[in-house]
Structures are given as structure tokens and as C-alpha cells.
Write a protein that binds this ligand. Structure first.
Ligand SMILES: *Cc1c(COP(=O)(O)O)cnc(C)c1O
Length: 256
């Protein structure tokens, strides 16, 4: 069972016109604000990263007109194409999916942020390309918090060693940690994933605060962002609740 065939969510309505996007974004933002308030947090601590994967350029233009200034894409090829086709729009692109080192050059050329850093090899490849281009990149280190082999991301035990190496790659600005939670309708199984990421962040902050940047926590998607905010998320990556249901199965984006 995957998130897309679970029944936990209301139908995601497809946004086409600018007004549709305004409506969906306002609805998500209201739920972000409410979740933050429930947790005694300031809603402005939580940024919304709209995720536009599979959405064609003509609809993205309307999302941008409705106020999206940052967009997340899982696949480099697709992100690169959209960045090129929409170059005259004011959008910062965030790559949020697993990266092969042979695509590091592309990410270094156009992305403002990379949220799925999970190895030294990728850090090295990115830094080399970024140095050559005279650019810097915000990065989150992705951690596997669900104990599933199917998820990308570092094992939690590997995190301190990777973070210790990252200052060697001066074009990478560490912003914090990122995770995908377990896909389940059961909040009591999802919540511990978010708690684990927060615990890791807190531990790193205590041991070596210089290594963890702002200590940001990128966690929460359409199906679980309110839970994530209750557990400390500072960036929610929301696709379907803004753009509408995706036809492509999630197994396209992470191995199942
Ligand atoms: C697609 C994707 C999301 C957003 O998922 P939705 O269910 O559309 O909200 C978040 N994070 C990553 C890494 C993704 O690939």
C-alpha cells in the first residue's frame, strides 16, 4: 500500500487556473498555520515548498502567477527542462530527489537548493561543479527515518560522519535535515519518523552546532504535513494538495 492508494486524504482537486491555485495554496497555508498554532509554534517558522513534479509548464505558469516563487522537483531531468522553459519567470528550483553523481553538473547549473544529499560522493561532485561555476547551493542532508530499505537517505548512524565532512565543500551551505516518513494512514507510525529526525537535529546541535546550519527540518508532504509541523518541521514539501492528484505512482520516485 502506498500513499497514493490509501484513503486517508480527501480528493486532491486539480488546479488549472490561477484562481484554483490561489484556492489550494490558501487552504494548505491555513492548515499549516493551524498546525503550527496547535503546537505552540509561530507559523512563519514553516516554509511551504510547492512540489510541481509531473505538472506541465502551462499549469506551472499559473501556479507562479498565484504566488509560488519556489518549486520542488524530484527528478533532475524534469527540473532542468522546466527551468529552461520557464527561465523568464522568477522561480527558485529545489531538487528534492535522489541524485546520481553524473547529474551533479545539471543541479550545480540551475538549482537554488538540493534537499536529498545522502553521500560524500554526491557532495564532492556537486562542490566541484559549483566551484567551477562560481555558485553556492543550499543543501539538506536526507536521512532514512523509516527503517525501510525502499527509502533513500542516510542511516541515522551515518549522519554525524557525513556532516563532519561537509565543511570541506565550501560551496554547499547546510540548511538542515530532510526525510520522507513511512507511508501509512496511522499517525502513530508516521510520527516517530518525524520525531527521529528532530532528535537527530537536536543531538547534532548539542554536539557540534556549526555542522547543522540553521538546523532546519524538511519533513511533511500532502498526506502528513500537519503531523510534521507538530513535530517541528520548518519546510513542508507539498505537491498533490496544491496541484492535484498525480497519475504517476510514487514508485517512480523512490524504489518500492
Ligand atoms: C513528490 C514529493 C513530495 C510531495 O508529495 P505530495 O504527495 O505530492 O505532497 C515531497 N517530497 C518528495 C521528495 C517528493 O518526491
Amino acid at each position: 500500500m502506498t500513499a497514493s492508494d490509501s484513503a486517508k486524504q480527501p480528493e486532491y482537486t486539480t488546479a488549472v487556473e490561477v484562481a484554483d491555485f490561489r484556492h489550494n495554496i490558501a487552504a494548505v497555508q491555513a492548515r499549516i498555520d493551524a498546525a503550527a498554532q496547535r503546537a505552540g509554534r509561530d507559523p512563519s517558522e514553516v516554509e511551504l515548498l510547492p512540489v510541481s513534479k509531473t505538472v506541465p509548464e502551462e499549469r506551472i505558469i499559473n501556479a507562479v502567477a498565484a504566488g509560488c516563487r519556489r518549486l520542488g522537483e524530484n527528478k533532475v531531468q524534469e527540473a532542468k527542462r522546466k527551468h529552461g522553459n520557464l527561465a523568464d519567470l522568477d522561480v527558485a528550483w529545489s531538487v528534492i530527489g535522489h541524485l546520481q553523481t553524473n547529474k551533479a553538473k545539471d543541479v550545480a547549473a540551475f538549482a537554488a537548493e538540493f534537499q536529498a544529499l545522502d553521500s560524500l560522493r554526491v557532495a564532492e561532485a556537486l562542490d566541484r561543479r559549483l566551484q567551477a561555476a562560481g555558485r553556492a547551493l543550499d543543501v539538506y542532508v536526507q536521512v532514512n527515518t523509516s527503517d525501510e530499505d525502499s527509502k533513500y537517505g542516510l542511516d541515522p548512524e551515518e549522519l554525524p560522519a557525513l556532516l563532519k565532512q561537509l565543511p570541506n565543500y565550501s560551496s554547499l551551505r547546510v540548511r538542515g535535515l530532510m526525510t520522507l516518513a513511512l507511508f501509512s494512514d496511522d499517525a502513530e507510525r508516521v510520527r516517530p519518523c518525524f520525531q527521529k529526525l528532530r532528535g537527530l537535529r537536536d543531538r547534532m546541535r548539542e554536539e557540534n552546532p556549526d555542522l547543522i546550519g540553521d538546523g532546519g527540518l524538511s519533513m511533511g508532504m500532502s498526506g502528513d504535513y500537519e503531523l510534521a509541523i507538530e513535530e517541528g518541521s520548518t519546510c513542508v514539501r507539498v505537491g498533490q494538495a496544491i496541484f492535484g492528484a498525480r497519475a504517476t505512482p510514487d514508485s517512480m520516485y523512490w524504489p518500492s
